[in-house]
Design a protein around this ligand. Structure first.
Ligand code: HEC
Length: 97
């Protein structure tokens, strides 16, 4: 059920193109400090995403690659939809900063 939810939400995300929207927000008003979502995402990244391998440097992968990697890895890490969107916010933040 968790997996189905994560997939569904990711699908909705693509459908609503939420990634470009977030990008626009950031480009209009450069964010130097981390939002609470980004902050939460960072700690999930450093804890949940390091169970099977060391934390992968975010910038080693393009935004496009992350679009495939993140949903897969979130399933492996069994993230709920909130954690998934926080990690997504963190990855996007890292790619822009
Ligand atoms: C259940 C184990 C597991 C968990 C948890 C996990 N991963 Fe992975 N991950 C793997 C395996 C296995 C690979 C492939 C081998 C490798 O690159 O180390 C991989 C590879 C990757 C890669 C490289 C992909 C590529 O194409 O080279 C990235 C980036 C990544 N994981 C990010 C994450 C993130 C972010 C999380 C947390 C949401 C996460 N992983 C959680 C098992 C896991």
């Amino acid at each position: 059920m968790k997996k189905v939810n994560a997939l569904f939400i990711f699908g909705m995300c693509i459908a609503a193109s939420c990634a470009p929207k977030i990008k626009n927000d950031i480009s209009e008003e450069p964010i130097i400090t981390m939002s609470p979502e980004v902050n939460a995402g960072q700690s999930i990244y450093n804890n949940q995403c390091t169970k099977c391998h060391k934390a992968k440097p975010v910038k080693n992968f393009s935004e496009e690659e992350w679009g495939t990697i993140l949903p897969e890895m979130s399933k492996l890490a069994e993230l709920n939809s909130e954690d998934f969107s926080n990690v997504k916010a963190y990855v996007e933040w890292m790619l822009q900063n």
